[in-house]
Write a protein that binds this ligand. Structure first.
Ligand SMILES: [Zn+2]
Length: 156
């Protein structure tokens, strides 16, 4: 997976300071430039050669707490039953790189779909209710993960 140092110095620190606090307002406080870059990385992650069964290539990108962007794509085996979604590939790659904080996730699909139920639960478990940016028709939609998975399972 590609890991890109996104921003340096004060601009990213300013962004991080702005996104502290209520997760509900994080998406509104990410700069438009940061959102644009995150979505561009999600689009760049699309790899049709790795989704030969569904022919539904998906790209995802997570913004980490240190300003890196880590990408992932959906990966299918020839049987079609053993696969991993782009969102989890990006998340797990970031975690494997030692990135502990995930700020946001962008998703690029052929038709603007939102994450599947498994990804919603995994992302909520590992990241909390982060903003989910869905590339759609040359623009994007923003969702809060907690809104996409109301009454989520929580282990006590
Ligand atoms: Zn999924």
């Amino acid at each position: 997976m590609l890991c890109v140092q996104l921003l340096h110095a004060s601009s990213f620190r300013d962004t991080l300071m702005n996104v502290q606090g209520s997760n509900r307002k994080i998406a509104m406080k990410l700069s438009q430039d940061l959102i644009t870059q995150l979505i561009a990385h999600a689009r760049s992650a699309i790899n049709p050669g790795l989704s030969p069964v569904s022919k539904y290539p998906v790209g995802a990108a997570v913004l980490t707490g240190d300003g890196s962007i880590v990408i992932g794509c959906n990966i299918e085996t020839p049987s079609g039953r053993l696969a991993c979604c782009a969102e989890r590939v990006a998340l797990f790659s970031a975690l494997a790189k030692g990135k502990k904080k995930i700020i946001a996730l962008a998703l690029a699909t052929p038709d603007g779909q939102t994450p599947c139920g498994t990804c919603r639960q995994v992302l909520l478990d590992m990241c909390g209710s982060i903003p989910i940016l869905i590339a759609k028709n040359g623009s994007y939609e923003t969702h809060e993960l907690g809104d996409l998975l109301p009454n989520a399972y929580q282990r006590n």
